[in-house]
Write a protein that binds this ligand. Structure first.
Ligand code: SAM
Length: 472
């Protein structure tokens, strides 16, 4: 039954193969010889299979877990350096016809305020986001073919790209909307989107159907095969994710890696990113009513194992997580973080009154972008507002082959420096600017290619003189 090459959800995410994998992992969780061999294999930086990674997830031996953490940290440094890509979500509409029992947008929720941004409101939202310094957005919407048809989403994307307030610009729009048709994916591709993101929520078919009792999202196969359709529609950067807390995390972890293997097998390119959201309290949602919540330790282990299992895949952490958890998992492998996020529709331009809540869930990290940027720099990272790869056509397998040849370092590091300089010049507080200028001085020294370093210095000067948007 299990066939990573199949286009059928139940064959590439095969329940029996997951159960067999979990049994194998359980049987070997104290097999120190095998565990050491797997860690040695991961050190080759070519990833691990779902079976191999699942054994490491089951392993509870403290010194082996420490070895996994150390390796994840090292692989993170080797592939991503100290760059952390910054983004923000933009909620377009919370109209939704689905019945997802964990999401306050579900159709039966009659007390959440339903909102849908007009194009004028989008201008206000995007202006506010640009004024913070954001260059990269992930647009979010409920599923509602009448209120939020694909034409609405496309119009919003066009509006977002057209707004240039002061030195601001949104240079990459990633899209997180419900599973759709090949034709619609092609339209999104033509609209110039970056990554198409769709969380699987859970890979467990039976649970999936119970958690999505009504609406188009009820269809497990249609949802699970969405990335195949997105790829067929020409989108070669896709982002996977599981909503941790809904099902047993070991099941989800195994299936998530099977999904990545499927995309690699069929399309020759794995997922561009993996997101690791955890279930949060929301309008009429109490996360404690779900049985499968995971603690911070298990969460960190998942992040570290994703990092060593798919070293070339970016990993995203949202403001669902606290500052402390974010700090831990950034070290273990996360490469993209959101900052100053609002999960309400229209929340950037205006604070929502208490009685008009349209929020999707509570955020734990409520700091401003300036605070997040400074915090990252003080931890030794370089916050990057870079969007160059996608704008230079370095997507899908072209991005992956650059990454595999470790060439990304030669353009990503200088691009991070340049975009940080733009941020510091246009948006940072004096204190953040001071910290950032020192980071730039130190980072410039790390560029080994003399020509690249020289050009980078020239561009930094030009930014000081008012020019913008340089990239390698
Ligand atoms: N409506 C789209 C869909 O069906 O995939 C995607 C957009 S939705 C705004 C983005 C994600 O938020 C969902 O895929 C889900 O994983 C997550 N989400 C929903 N309710 C949540 C909650 N209570 N806590 C944390 N994340 C939640």
């Amino acid at each position: 039954m299990y066939n990573p090459n199949s286009k059928k959800a139940e064959e590439f995410i095969c329940h029996e193969e997951i159960l067999a994998t979990l049994a194998y992992a359980e049987a070997n969780k104290e097999n120190k010889i095998l565990i050491s061999q797997l860690i040695e294999k991961a050190k080759e930086r070519k990833g691990l299979t779902h079976r191999e990674a699942s054994v490491l997830l089951a392993c509870q031996i403290p010194e082996k877990i420490q070895e996994i953490y150390d390796l994840a940290e090292q692989i993170k440094k080797d592939f991503y350096g100290n760059r952390i890509v910054m983004f923000a979500p933009l909620y377009l509409s919370n109209y939704c016809i689905n019945g997802c029992v964990y999401c306050p947008y579900h159709l039966k929720n009659k007390h959440i305020v339903r909102k849908k941004l007009t194009q004028e409101e989008i201008v206000r939202e995007v202006t506010a986001l640009q004024d913070m310094g954001h260059k990269r957005l992930a647009i979010e919407s409920g599923e509602d073919p009448v209120n939020n048809p694909i034409e609405y989403i496309l119009e919003c994307i066009q509006t977002i790209y057209s707004i240039h307030h002061k030195n601001g610009a949104i240079r990459r729009v990633n899209v997180n909307i419900a599973a759709t048709t090949v034709e619609n994916y092609r339209k999104l591709k033509d609209a110039g989107i970056g990554t198409y993101i769709l969380f699987q929520e859970t890979y467990h078919k039976e649970s999936y159907e119970q958690l999505h009792p009504t609406g188009p999202k009820h269809n497990y196969a249609y949802h699970t095969e969405a990335m195949d359709r997105a790829m067929e529609g020409g989108i070669d950067d896709v982002g996977l994710g599981v909503l941790f807390g809904l099902e047993r995390y070991r099941y989800e972890f195994t299936a998530l890696l099977m999904h990545a293997e499927h995309l690699e097998t069929v399309f020759g390119v794995g997922p561009h990113t993996i997101s690791v959201p955890r279930l949060k309290r929301a309008d009429d949602i109490d996360p404690d009513t779900f049985d499968n919540g995971i603690d911070d330790e298990a969460f960190a282990k998942i992040c570290a194992l994703i990092r060593i299992s798919v070293p070339y895949t970016g990993m995203i952490i949202s403001t669902r997580e606290s500052k402390a958890v974010r700090e831990k998992v950034i070290r273990l492998g996360v490469s993209q973080v959101s900052g100053a996020s609002r999960t309400s529709v229209g929340g950037y331009a205006e604070e929502e009154p208490e009685d008009e809540c349209s929020e999707q869930f509570d955020v734990s990290d409520k700091r401003t972008l300036d605070e997040v940027v400074r915090w990252l720099m003080e931890l030794g990272y370089i916050p990057s507002f870079c969007t160059a790869c996608y704008r230079e056509g370095r997507t899908g397998d072209r991005f992956m082959s650059l990454c595999k040849a470790k060439q990304i370092q030669n353009c990503c590091q200088p691009n991070a420096i340049i975009t940080l300089k733009e941020y510091l010049t246009d948006y940072a507080s004096p204190e953040t600017k001071k910290v950032g200028e020192q980071v730039i001085v130190n980072e410039l020294k790390q560029i080994s290619n003399e020509k690249v370093r020289q050009l980078c210095k020239e561009w930094l000067e030009k930014i000081e003189n008012g020019k913008r948007d340089f990239r390698f």
